[in-house]
Design a protein. Structure first.
Length: 266
């Protein structure tokens, strides 16, 4: 499995790898000072019921698409993670064009967590343009060590027009050509093309296995309007601008004009 540290090799080599295979591994991208603040925020997000309220606001948004009491990006370290400069530079290099923030999810996977079946997370854009990229940055705060589930991807599968759950009936069974990513140091990030087939395969969790702290952030190349997945997406982007999360360095990152209206998925 090729591993690319941010700054190693050439930008063109990383872009070619990502274009062909659909993923790029960035070991230890996140500094310890950020991890030390992210982990307790994830604990608060889960233990205080904020994650449950966020899910409820998406499942039953109501006529006014009211936001939950707290969004992930309002947690200071989570907001900093979205705009972590080394990450955004990698994404800019991979896309080769301006991009916009799409959404953020945060969770803690405890030992014994079930797997997540084969799927992809790509959303459509209103131009129907397959050449416009959407990426997910999968952040493993404590790394991966073969317990509490492994990230498994099918390199190159983003080149085919799969439906999101076309292979969900297979669960997490092994697929030809798959790559299992199960050894990463703390603070590692895997950037995937959002159309890449991937799964969380359950793994044995020996007694005393630590929880897996996981945050994923999604970004879309500009050039068309993308379908949002959060019904309160306008409030989310407006809050990010109010908090000045981009620091004036990425003017398109929280711009509303890059999105269609929200529509519940069929």
């Amino acid at each position: 499995m090729p591993l690319f540290f941010e700054g190693s090799g050439t930008v063109s080599a990383q872009r070619e790898h990502f274009t062909d295979l659909g993923y790029l591994v960035l070991p230890a991208l996140l500094p310890g000072s950020l991890l030390d603040r992210l982990v307790p925020e994830v604990d608060r997000w889960v233990d205080d019921g904020l994650r449950s309220r966020s899910i409820a606001a998406c499942l039953d948004p109501g006529p006014d698409h009211d936001p939950p009491p707290v969004m992930e990006l309002e947690l200071p370290a989570h907001g900093e993670l979205i705009t972590h400069e080394p990450l955004l530079r990698v994404i800019a290099d991979l896309m080769g064009a301006p991009f916009v923030f799409h959404h953020l999810h945060s969770d803690r996977h405890n030992p014994g967590v079930p797997g997540k079946p084969w799927h992809h997370d790509h959303e459509p854009n209103d131009a129907g343009d397959p050449d416009l990229s959407m990426v997910h940055a999968l952040h493993y705060l404590g790394g991966l060590d073969g317990t509490v589930g492994n990230l498994t991807v099918v390199p190159g599968s983003h080149h085919r027009p799969w439906a999101k759950s076309a292979l969900a009936h297979l669960g997490t069974t092994e697929l030809p050509g798959e790559v299992v990513i199960d050894e990463l140091p703390p603070g590692s990030t895997v950037v995937i093309n959002s159309a890449l087939l991937h799964a969380r395969r359950p793994a044995p969790s020996p007694p005393g296995s630590p929880a897996r702290y996981f945050v994923d952030a999604s970004y879309c190349q500009t050039g068309a309007r993308w379908r949002p997945v959060k019904p309160y997406w306008r409030h989310m982007l407006r809050t990010a601008r109010t908090l000045d999360l981009d620091g004036g360095r990425w003017p398109e990152l929280f711009a509303e004009r890059h999105f269609t209206e929200y529509a519940r998925h069929a």
